[in-house]
Design a binder for this molecule. Structure first.
Ligand code: MN
Length: 239
């Protein structure tokens, strides 16, 4: 069966080994038969640089490599947590980093892919942070610091950030409907797949279909499967 898989917001972190195991299981089983796998942001809870030599990240990268070596193309977008994923990561894993907005052809249907944070235009504080975090000069400055220093900054940022606290409380700002409509119109699509908001659903609106990928949490994860004849949300592991 032809199928393309979409996941997002796995938030891999060695503090939650079960989630890591489910992800590795997905790559080793169902993903092997997929036409392609798209990871639309926040694969990692935090990414401080491609030079991070923590074995937890090494294991994840090896598994992505094994999947791509097996002939399954894997595409990755940046999220609001792993925006420092870079070319060394892509080379090591054999994956392709996609731009923040990408229109792909899914069995003849043009579909727009995004992490989804760009659509939450009502969150002024986050959108200001996003401009900084995506600035190449700022990223170069951060990556010039030692690995240990970057790990410390990430821990501090997580403990201090109101965004992180709200995410933990399940209070992520939802997408702005007018921003969604304008974004889909500009891209010339009737289908949008994104993550980020942790509000998995399929919405049918005047501007088309918006599919929100499930986030992964200790109680379970999920995915979007798109086959030529149908598509929908599923839990992972299956239950
Ligand atoms: Mn996110």
């Amino acid at each position: 069966m032809s199928e393309t898989l979409f996941i997002a917001d796995v938030h891999l972190d060695k503090a939650w080994p079960r989630i890591g195991d489910w992800f590795l299981d997905l790559l080793a089983t169902r993903a092997r038969d997929a036409d392609a796998v798209y990871i639309l942001g926040d694969l990692f809870e935090v990414w401080v640089g491609d030079d991070d030599d923590d074995p937890f990240y090494g294991q994840i990268q090896d598994a992505l490599r094994a999947l791509s070596d097996d002939g399954v193309p894997v595409f990755i977008q940046h999220g609001n947590r792993d925006f420092l994923l870079g070319p060394a990561f892509a080379e090591r894993t054999g994956t392709t980093l996609l731009p923040d907005s990408a229109v792909i052809d899914l069995y003849g249907t043009p579909v727009l892919l995004m992490h989804g944070d760009q659509l939450c235009s009502d969150d002024d504080e986050y959108q200001r942070f996003r401009v900084t975090a995506r600035d190449p000069a700022w990223q170069r400055e951060v990556l010039a610091k030692s690995l240990e220093e970057r790990r410390q900054i990430a821990r501090y940022a997580r403990s201090m950030s109101t965004q992180a606290q709200r995410e933990m409380a399940g209070d992520i700002t939802d997408v702005n409907p007018a921003t969604v409509a304008a974004t889909m119109l500009n891209a010339g699509v009737r289908h949008l797949i994104h993550g980020h908001t942790h509000r998995p659903a399929i919405h049918d609106g005047a501007h088309g279909e918006r599919i929100v990928i499930p986030d992964w949490r200790p109680e379970g994860g999920g995915l979007v499967s798109w086959a030529p004849a149908n598509h929908g949300l599923e839990t992972w592991p299956a239950r």
